[in-house]
Design a protein around this ligand. Structure first.
Ligand code: AMP
Ligand code: GLY
Length: 424
């Protein structure tokens, strides 16, 4: 099978490396891919948001199957357009991708169908939002309705900060039209768990759980980033919690989308908080998480291409989705200064890695045969092992064999998960 993968980050590199393990995989194009993905796929210089360009490429090449990995093309209807061409595709149509594309949609859906989530109010009028904040419980959480490159959520510790957040979204339009409507919601506390799932609208199959580390600095300090590392499985996702999530969140969400005429086929990502009152949905994503995918897929023992095809053909219940009974850890190597200002263009040297380790390139370009840093998050180093402790140690060990000037990594990825395991 000849496969087209839309996207060009570490998540896509992990998807591509996994697809290549399938005996059926003959060739992969990555649109646009990146300098590191170029070692594993043919990179085509078409951006992931250039839907016309992607469709044109699919018309002119013998594409048997497409995987649309990032949120923006899904929300823009990339999967719909490919399916209209008769190309089977992994990823939801736009009318289902709205579960991530509009927070107002997903909150209203959860309320309508009784799916546990933070209490909230929706505002499209700035004055009403500011008035509401005069008496709202503090801290509070302000969310832009639409996609905002993962930056549309502000946790306000004071009333002034909350009002400033509303002004920046609704008046200064820092997130463009995404912020013309905002959700103001109850601040919840508890450990967070990411659960990616496969669903074809009939069955929902959760993958191994994971834990992201979003803040830039050790001890979960510093600015929010796209994710500085992950571990899987997440120790807070106990069997009890998993059962409650299945009954109270996963199946009800799939059924809710079906009854709204928005059947979701693809990877549905549940961002969960395990509160005192049970698991609640913090956010849905319509796609694989980044960098969650980088720890989840290395643990997948089944054939990813088989599963993706089964999702598209709505026969997910017929295929096996098996994960190794192991742990994995992903350490992000970023450019010093990320997520603010950073320099790029430094050569990346990749030494020999142990058998249980691998790497995925997120932000690099190939120039005259040299791999150069080309982004904030440059690459992901991943190791899997029988215990979480060994996976963490091995990922950090492997990360020392990959070097570039100005590299920055957190030194405590997985520490909180390890502590939680020891508390059990
Ligand atoms: P993201 O949506 O990925 O930008 O991340 C938002 C982050 O904000 C989540 O991972 C949580 O840590 C936090 N968050 C979002 N909603 C809430 C909430 N209602 N209560 C507490 N924290 C929240
Ligand atoms: N790691 C969080 C996300 O992919 O949105």
């Amino acid at each position: 099978m000849k496969i087209m993968v839309v996207g060009g980050g570490g998540r896509e590199h992990a998807i591509i490396k996994k697809l290549k393990e399938s005996p059926e995989c003959e060739k992969i194009w990555a649109l646009p891919g990146n300098g590191g993905i170029a070692f594993d796929a043919e990179c085509v210089g078409i951006s992931a948001t250039d839907i016309d360009g992607i469709v044109e490429f699919a018309k002119n090449n013998p594409v048997d199957f497409a995987v649309v990995a990032p949120d923006d093309p899904l929300v823009l209807g990339c999967a719909d357009r490919l399916r209209e061409l008769g190309i089977p595709c992994f990823g939801p149509n736009a009318n289902a991708a709205i579960i991530e594309g509009s927070k107002v949609f997903s909150k209203n859906m959860m309320k309508q169908f009784g799916i546990p989530t933070a209490k909230y109010e929706v505002f499209d009028n700035i004055q009403e939002a500011l008035d509401y904040l005069k008496t709202a419980p503090i801290p509070t959480v302000i969310k832009a309705d639409g996609l905002a490159l993962g930056k549309g959520v502000i946790i306000a510790e004071t009333r002034e900060d909350a009002q400033a957040a509303v002004r920046s979204m609704m008046e200064d339009k820092v997130f463009g039209e995404s912020g013309s409507r905002v959700v103001i919601e109850e601040f919840l506390t508890g450990p967070e768990v990411s659960v990616l799932s496969f669903t074809d609208g009939k069955t929902v199959v959760p993958m191994v759980s994971s834990m992201d580390h979003k803040r830039a600095l050790d001890g979960d300090k510093g600015l929010n980033t796209g994710g500085m590392g992950t571990v899987a499985p997440n120790p807070y996702y106990t069997e009890d919690v998993a059962k409650r999530c299945m009954d109270e969140i996963f199946i009800p969400t799939m059924n809710a989308m079906n009854s709204l005429g928005r059947t979701f086929k693809g990877c549905l990502y549940f961002g969960l908080m395990i509160t005192e009152n049970g698991p609640k949905v913090i956010e849905y994503n319509c796609r694989f998480g980044d960098p969650e995918t980088q720890v989840v897929l290395p643990l997948l023992e089944s054939d990813l291409l088989e599963i993706m095809k089964a999702v598209e053909d709505e026969r997910l219940s017929d295929v096996e989705v098996k994960f190794a009974d192991k742990s994995a850890c992903c350490v992000v190597l970023a450019s010093e200064g990320y997520p603010k200002k950073y320099e790029k263009g430094f050569e990346i040297t990749i030494g020999k890695l142990a058998e249980n380790a691998d790497y995925y390139i997120a932000g690099a370009k190939l120039e005259n045969g040299k791999l150069l840093t080309n982004g904030g998050r440059v690459l992901n180093v991943v190791a899997s092992a029988n215990t979480l402790k060994a996976a963490i140690d091995d990922a950090y060990k492997a990360s020392e064999n990959i070097t570039f000037a100005n590299a920055y990594r957190r030194s405590d990825i997985g520490r909180r998960a390890l502590a939680a395991l020891q508390d059990e």
